[in-house]
Design a protein around this ligand. Structure first.
Ligand SMILES: Cc1cc2nc3c(=O)[nH]c(=O)nc-3n(C[C@H](O)[C@H](O)[C@H](O)COP(=O)(O)OP(=O)(O)OC[C@H]3O[C@@H](n4cnc5c(N)ncnc54)[C@H](O)[C@@H]3O)c2cc1C
Length: 377
């Protein structure tokens, strides 16, 4: 009986477990995770912070699934060390997890830039249910919050705080919102829509320091102006978790280097999801992690499958605003493109050699999925 050990119960790890089970009914599939909650949707964490969903609503795999699939899930377990010769992982309490084949689905952590005051109380990032719980608790009775980073997650988390009755300011280093998903014109329309909802934006602004001794009292920008804040939420990107890969001595770059079969440079060791990069690419998005988990699981169980690049696409999940974008959005309008705009709609289709390579749909996202299907990665 083959023993499969999966570290991480996010979408990559859980999808891998499912793929393994489809091919190998008898093997022992074990998942370990530091978290206290079975596989849940990180995408829905802003809804949880807003109070519109509770933990049960965002859990994707309940206990029954693990029982039915005969997958052993170990919560609250931190793997500290792995011996690739003996093929055994060891947790913080000294418990051993022997394996024949290993998957590092260790995901990513929220990057917090080294800004003075970032260690002050009430400074957060949103990555896990535990983070969300801390944010919810700290947001009780406060008036002002500042989100640092005007990307998708920053805007969604900001909206969650807005729904809790808090005034939300967003500080963005670029001179427009969603610099990776929108061009200047699209961003201007989105900014207006969100200002109408109550957001306050500081664009082209850099955070100098976070003020306050024990708890946040304000955010000082490099212009010298200070934003009144009782809470700060960083949304300044993620970094792959590499600590176990480094201990194992497998090749790493920004993420764990894997081939299209999701194999690392270590024999019998696979990696997938936010932790892994294929051909130098890692978008750190859900569909990519899911597909890599699927491919890794198949190959771990003796099947044969290759990861094919995906077109990165994203939707802003803020009620009342329809926004989706995918592929190359042609920020500088250098490629062939068609634009359709009204006061409330901005649509841009980008083409290269006649083929669609990117799109922005703001105000009306009808047909988005169909357009993405026609795009090549
Ligand atoms: C708030 C939020 C909103 C998002 N919204 C979107 C969206 O709208 N669209 C989209 O495409 N993507 C979105 N993403 C990104 C998406 O959720 C991630 O790309 C995806 O969850 C990555 O899955 P993963 O399985 O690779 O890693 P993760 O989900 O990060 O899971 C890794 C797990 O491994 C565990 N782990 C790591 N090291 C150890 C160890 N040593 N011992 C034990 N356990 C360990 C971690 O605790 C974690 O539970 C969002 C992310 C967040 C945080």
């Amino acid at each position: 009986m083959k023993r499969y050990l999966i570290i991480g119960n996010g979408v990559a790890g859980t999808t891998a477990a499912q793929s393994i089970r489809e091919l190998d009914r008898d093997g022992a599939v074990t998942i370990v995770t530091e978290e206290s909650v079975p596989f849940y949707s990180r995408i829905k964490l802003p809804d949880y912070v807003a109070g519109s969903q509770d933990v049960d609503d965002i859990i994707i795999r309940k206990d029954k699934w693990y029982k039915d699939q005969d997958v052993e899930l170990n919560l609250d377990v931190v793997i500290d060390d792995i011996d690739p010769e003996l093929k055994v992982a060891v947790d913080r309490n000294g418990k051993s997890y022997p394996y024949d084949t290993l998957l590092l689905a260790t995901g990513s952590y929220s990057f917090i830039p080294p800004i003075e005051g970032s260690g002050t109380g009430n400074v957060f990032a949103l990555k896990t249910v535990a983070d969300a719980d801390r944010i919810i608790q700290a947001s009780e009775g406060i008036k002002n919050a500042t989100v640092i980073g005007g990307g998708l997650l920053g805007l969604e988390a900001g909206n969650a705080l807005l729904k809790r009755g808090i005034t939300v300011s967003v500080v963005e280093f670029f001179d427009r919102l969603l610099p990776r998903q929108l061009d200047t014109e699209g961003a201007a329309l989105l900014q207006k829509m969100m200002e109408d909802m109550g957001f306050v934006f500081h664009l082209g602004a850099k955070t100098e320091k976070i003020l306050g001794a024990e708890k946040v009292q304000g955010v000082q920008l490099d212009s010298g102006s200070v934003i009144d804040s009782d809470l700060v939420l960083f949304s300044t990107g993620v970094r792959s978790r590499l600590e176990l890969a480094e201990k194992l001595g497998v090749e790493t770059d920004k993420s764990i280097v894997v081939n299209a079969s999701m194999e690392t440079s270590g024999k019998g060791i696979y990696a997938a999801g936010d932790a892994a990069q294929v051909e130098d690419l890692n978008f750190c998005i859900w569909p990519e992690a899911q597909e890599q988990g699927r491919v890794a699981g198949i190959n771990m169980a003796g099947g044969k499958e290759s990861f094919k690049r995906i077109v990165p696409s994203n939707r802003l999940k803020v009620a009342g605003i329809n926004l989706a974008s995918a592929g190359d959005i042609d920020q500088d309008n250098k490629l062939e493109h068609e634009v359709e705009k009204t006061e409330t709609v901005y649509k841009k289709i980008v083409k290269k050699d006649g083929a669609v390579v990117g799109c922005i749909m703001l105000g009306n996202t009808n047909g988005f999925s169909d357009i993405v299907k026609t795009m090549k990665a």
